[in-house]
Design a protein around this ligand. Structure first.
Ligand code: SF4
Length: 295
């Protein structure tokens, strides 16, 4: 009988390694398309280097960026999944093991006492884990490795509701001009609209887990995604800030209900190194990586 806590810890190592060393198929396809489309020769060359870097990293089984980020875990747990106790500890154990064996850069430090470093990518409040209970009997974990260069560009804007929606593309454009090459473009941008200050940032980050560039099912929301993407690509920032037509690969907007007097907008920027992978752990401990991103 498989120990489910061991299975979860192993699943974490497996999924972190996948995310850190192999690019998602949809992201690679967008970067390959950008390399064909880009007319700025310097930016195009850089895009080709990114594609070569992906190939080398996969071949050598090594992370394709030196900043392996902070680790976010978005999970769902089936009501009939056999265990509850020990799941967080198992996720942490997986991260500690992944840090040592892949290896990952230890990216967890105390915010006040700068000399205090945690050596294994855990620490108070890290990893950032959210688990939702859903019908079913399996555990599904989405792991996102978020580098500092892009995470530092996160922004919350609280707008006056009147005319707010129309202002969003221009606000994001101005914001990305200030960001320039710092988030390592070409980027994917998650936008959360509505809820509270904290919920809109949360849904903005979670929107990054969608297939890159897949349209939001609501046509009006997708129209806004296109308007934001076009606004960002009109900046000419280009790959790594070298200039060019393609700064943004995709924009994902997600929404939730808001207070009539509030219009929160969360902006979460993801660099070209969009390190995300998903694993499912069944009630008998059997693990699978769904094929949508890593066929
Ligand atoms: S922003 Fe992304 S690609 Fe750039 S250094 Fe950080 S993790 Fe790496």
């Amino acid at each position: 009988m498989v120990d489910l806590k061991d299975a979860i810890a192993d699943a974490m190592v497996q999924v972190i390694k996948l995310a850190a060393t192999r690019v998602r198929k949809d992201v690679r396809n967008l970067i390959a398309a950008a390399a064909k489309e880009e007319t700025n020769q310097l930016a195009r060359k850089q895009l080709e280097y990114l594609l070569q870097n992906f190939e080398l990293a996969a071949k050598e089984c090594l992370p394709y960026c030196q900043d392996t980020g902070t680790i976010h875990v978005f999970g769902t747990i089936g009501e009939q999944f056999p265990i509850r106790a020990g799941i967080y500890a198992a996720i942490e154990a997986g991260i500690v093991n992944a840090t040592k064996t892949i290896p990952l850069r230890p990216n967890s430090v105390d915010p006040i006492s700068e000399t205090m470093k945690y050596k294994d990518n855990t620490g108070p409040g890290l990893p950032d884990v959210s688990l939702r209970v859903v019908p079913g009997d399996m555990l599904e974990l989405d792991v996102l490795l978020k580098g500092a260069g892009s995470e530092n560009m996160s922004k919350l804007v609280m707008l006056e509701p009147i005319g707010a929606k129309e202002r969003i593309p221009g606000i994001v454009r101005e914001y990305m001009i200030n960001a320039g090459g710092k988030p390592c473009p070409p980027v994917i941008i998650g936008i959360g609209i509505g809820g509270s200050a904290s919920t809109c940032m949360g849904i903005a980050k979670k929107s990054l887990l969608r297939e890159a560039g897949a349209p939001h099912p609501d046509p009006a929301t997708h129209t806004l995604e296109i308007a934001i993407k076009d606004a960002v690509n009109s900046t000419g920032i280009g790959t790594m800030g070298l200039g060019g037509a393609i700064t943004c690969l995709a924009v994902h907007v997600d929404t939730c209900a808001r207070h009539p007097a509030s219009f929160p907008v969360g902006i979460v920027v993801q660099c070209y190194a969009h390190r995300h992978a998903r694993v499912r752990v069944e009630k008998d401990g059997y693990k699978t990586i769904p094929e949508e991103f890593y066929p």
